[in-house]
Design a protein around this ligand. Structure first.
Ligand code: GTP
Ligand code: MG
Length: 452
């Protein structure tokens, strides 16, 4: 049997973008064709998707690393590199995703098929076909692919139970949960032992389902008496209720009536849910004496009734079998084609986390000027620093973004070292005015390049 696990931590990495190609057209009678290097493919993204076939985060104990495929490099004749495939990670409905380091909310998967992208695949680098300009007819550089993103993601399963246990305080709901699953709720011989819902995974052999045990309900609960009322929302989305009745108390039928009255007062719809009545504590003589009368009373009200003793496990297997049968049928119906209106309601919805707006900072540390910021760093890492032309383009883009002005304000001079992410190069103000690559050959010695 499984133990219940409702949290997991996984590592994800989206694919790198493929690099753009540097290539020139070759035709029979044309000695020097124009640039025709194609773009790299997009790296695969990591996408989490809710799947109603799953109930636990158990699989994430063994499987904690998810890496999507890289995009492939572009080719000659403007050939676009193949995109890396997205990696779809299936999780149970009710999974909440948070950034593993900052705790930032990434998404809440509440409906079957719903998706959240947690790491976007890197963009493919542009091929040299894009860099032809009036001043540079033969660009000898292409963009590198954007690296994928990596992060830790915390998964938390806000379980949507299949089965809800309801009943009067002390009826034996928690005891029943403990014998049906590996859950260890607190059990004691006084009312209101359970203060907040307990969850257990019930393994039927064929599949798992989740049962929730909520605090006992008494008359007046909807007016704030006792504890049960505020927890009723936990069973609003269950498929079936198991109403646990203590067969040994003086008036089990009145306790039953009170609980249903509170259900109704909370939400009429809860009373519409299928309810199976289990008469518990049948190991006690008092309950055994009442059983025939209780059985016919509940049957007369139209309920399915089972005799049970959570302590001796009498009837427990029969209850599990009955619930498995019900849930199998329910899931089969759920999977069946439905009407258009319902379709629109359950249609998957995609949540995409927007990257923060472009923002950068310049900081001087001794003789080096450090530029930090997501967009700037991405631009730098996609630059082929062995190519002067590519460095020239980088500086032009930095100027457009206002980085050059910020560097000048910070005191950058000819020859100053500038570091952006892992890329380091020498500041050269002539880049701004020059367009061609002929004179820049000599500068390559000063360009330090990125460590690889
Ligand atoms: N004899 C007998 N006692 C039982 C049985 N099931 C539960 N009990 C006892 O009934 C008492 C209450 O059990 P719990 O499981 O805590 O009941 P509960 O419905 O969760 O109670 P609250 O959380 O307070 O609402 C405990 O002393 C259990 O040992 C049973 O089948 N037979
Ligand atoms: Mg309890």
């Amino acid at each position: 049997m499984h133990t219940f696990l409702d949290e997991a931590r996984v590592f994800v990495r989206s694919g790198d973008g493929g690099k753009g190609a540097m290539h020139f057209r070759r035709e029979k009678y044309v000695p020097l064709g124009g640039p025709d290097g194609g773009d790299g493919g997009q790296g695969g993204s990591i996408v989490f998707q809710a799947d109603r076939g799953l109930n636990t985060l158990f699989n994430f104990r063994r499987n904690r690393r998810f890496v999507a495929a890289n995009g492939e490099a572009g080719g000659p004749s403007r050939m676009h590199g193949r995109n890396g495939e997205d990696l779809i990670v299936k999780v149970p409905i009710g999974t909440v995703l948070r950034d593993g380091d900052t705790g930032d909310f990434l998404g809440d998967l509440t409906r079957d098929g719903q998706t959240v992208e947690v790491a976007r695949g890197g963009r493919g680098g542009l091929g040299n076909v894009h860099f032809k300009s009036s001043t540079n007819q033969a660009p000898h550089f292409a963009e590198k692919g954007e690296p994928g993103q990596e992060r830790w993601v915390n998964l938390e399963l806000k379980v949507i139970a299949d089965v809800g246990f309801i009943g009067f305080p002390n009826a034996g709901k928690s005891t029943l949960l403990s014998v049906m699953s590996a859950a260890h709720p607190k059990i004691a011989d006084y009312p209101f032992t359970t203060l907040s819902p307990n969850l257990g995974v019930v393994d039927t052999g064929d599949f798992d389902f989740v049962a929730a045990d909520i605090p006992g309900l008494i008359e007046g609960a909807h007016e704030g008496v006792g504890l049960g009322h505020e927890f009723l929302r936990h069973i609003e989305r269950t498929l079936i209720l198991v109403h646990v009745v203590d067969g040994s108390i003086d008036d089990p039928l009145d306790a039953f009536r009170q609980v249903n009255h509170e259900l109704q007062a909370h939400d009429e719809a809860l009373m519409q849910k299928p309810q199976i009545v289990v008469v518990n504590k049948l190991d006690l003589p008092a309950a055994q004496v009442r059983w025939p009368e209780l059985r016919s009373a509940f049957a007369d009200q139209g309920y399915e009734v089972l005799a049970l003793s959570a302590i001796t496990r009498l009837g427990v297997d029969a209850l599990i079998f009955r619930l498995a049968q019900f849930l199998t049928e329910e899931r089969r119906l759920e999977g069946a084609p439905s009407t258009g209106r319902e379709d629109a309601e359950i249609e998957a919805e995609t949540i995409v986390i927007k990257p923060p707006a472009s923002h950068f900072e310049v900081e001087r540390k001794r003789k080096t000027f450090h530029v930090t910021g997501e967009d700037v760093e991405r631009l730098a890492v996609m630059t082929d620093t062995d190519s002067d032309e590519a460095l020239y383009r980088l500086q032009r883009r930095l100027k457009q973004m206002g980085v050059i002005a910020a560097l000048e304000r910070a005191g950058a001079r000819e020859g100053s070292k500038v570091r952006i992410g892992s890329v380091e190069f020498a500041w050269d103000s002539s880049y701004e005015t020059e367009g061609t690559s002929t004179r820049s050959r000599s500068r390559s010695k000063r360009a330090v390049g990125s460590p690889r």
